[in-house]
Design a protein around this ligand. Structure first.
Ligand SMILES: [Zn+2]
Length: 181
């Protein structure tokens, strides 16, 4: 089972460890090992700061043996050029994708204990990622299949009597996952 299928509690527990979060994202992006985003070469080595270095160094830094460029797993993704920990990104991805109704930047800010500015930035980029492949196809674009669920709004209590008393019924679209097709 994928780590992201185990619920939010398990995600917080596992990805509070930044090293585990980075390894997870690397495995997702590069199932057969790192590939240079510039030239496509798989020949690389990992750069680690010297033990006596006063600078912390860039986390997860790799260097391509073919084109000599440095890169990390976030290059070319919505997480690029962000100082927000990868574990926090994974938690935000989960919350945005698992929320049946939309989740606000304010709610991300409260739940992840990050600044509103960071939450707004992440929400913006994650929503953008959802308009791009492969997520876009899962949300019904490009003839993707979408399921419709019912949501009742209004009334005093969610009972069958309340429903028959004229409570508004609206449709909540959900993308159907390939496994449930
Ligand atoms: Zn390269």
């Amino acid at each position: 089972m994928d780590a992201m299928d185990k619920g939010f509690g398990a995600i917080v527990q596992r990805f509070s460890d930044e090293k585990a979060a980075r390894e997870y994202v690397e495995r997702l992006r590069w199932p057969n090992g790192p590939v240079c985003p510039k030239c496509g070469s798989a020949d690389h080595y990992r750069l680690c700061p010297r033990p006596d270095s006063k600078k912390p160094g860039r986390r997860g830094l790799l260097k391509c043996k073919a084109c000599r460029r440095q890169y990390t797993v976030t290059v070319g993704t919505v997480m690029e050029d962000s100082k927000i920990p990868l574990g926090t990104w994974l938690m935000a991805f989960y919350l945005v994708c698992a929320s049946k109704k939309a989740i606000s930047a304010h709610q991300l800010h409260r739940m992840l204990a990050i600044t509103y500015k960071s939450a707004w930035f992440m929400a913006h980029r994650i929503r953008y990622a959802m308009t791009q492949e492969p997520l876009a196809g899962k949300l019904g674009q490009n003839n993707g299949e979408v399921e419709i669920d019912e949501v009742y709004i209004g009334g005093q209590r969610c009972t069958s009597a309340a429903r028959s008393a004229g409570v508004a019924r609206v449709a909540a679209p959900w993308a159907r996952s390939p496994s449930s097709a």
